[in-house]
Design a protein. Structure first.
Length: 224
């Protein structure tokens, strides 16, 4: 790792200052053992008994910096991006699992979700209490069980094609102010193709490995 970047051959767990559910860090560190905190996410780590390897952000929210004598700090003072985006720009890794970015301030959560389709940094999956959330590439295959919830939420006007959904999306225009795809269901393995970036996919947390496999391929997902 250079002084200004985090380089990892493994996945990275990125921790925010929102709510951490009981098993969040344990679930993500199994797959992504390098721990990076986004600003006040460092305080969440300390409270959970985990010392982050690196802390990235403008450092305007962290309270317990003295409790992290071994952590490396990458300070990015500009205010044109969020700490989530700042962290992603400095991470080079196969994938990022982001926890602690939901469940608290809604404006912070919305800022994180709106950043996902920008394609900043590695493939990134946000874990909420019940969901995994990620930006759909223009084509993705998801090997998920029949009946799995697959919600599509467009952040731009787009069209697409699908296989394996109870309600196909062919011929539909999806948009944030028009038709969305909440609570669709899988009838088997799912294939999605979109005409442009800008769609979020939300599935149950149990589908985390399927989401990662779809985003980065089966050979890049760590074995349990």
């Amino acid at each position: 790792m250079s002084d200004d970047n985090v380089v990892s051959r493994h996945g990275v767990t990125l921790v925010g200052g929102g709510i951490l559910e009981g098993t969040d860090l344990a679930d993500t560190m199994t797959l992504a053992p390098t721990v990076v905190a986004a600003d006040s996410g460092a305080d969440r780590c300390v409270a959970a008994g985990v010392s982050p390897d690196v802390v990235i952000g403008d450092m305007d929210s962290i309270r317990g910096r003295d409790a992290l004598p071994d952590a490396r700090f990458i300070e990015i003072p500009e205010q044109d991006s969020t700490d989530f985006e700042k962290a992603l720009t400095r991470i080079s890794a196969p994938f990022v699992l982001a926890v602690g970015f939901t469940g608290a301030r809604m404006d912070h959560t919305l800022a994180v979700l709106s950043a996902l389709p920008k394609g900043i940094g590695p493939a990134t999956v946000v874990l909420g209490r019940d969901d995994v959330i990620f930006a759909a590439p223009q084509r993705i295959a998801l090997d998920i069980k029949v009946g799995t919830r697959v919600s599509l939420f467009p952040l731009a006007r787009l069209t697409g094609q699908s296989e394996g959904l109870e309600w196909p999306i062919e011929g539909l225009v999806l948009s944030p102010l028009g038709r969305t795809g909440t609570s669709n269901r899988a009838t088997g393995p799912v294939m999605l193709e979109f005409d442009r970036p800008g769609c979020l996919i939300l599935m149950p947390r149990a589908a985390l490995r399927a989401a990662l496999t779809g985003l980065i391929g089966p050979d890049a997902v760590p074995a349990q």
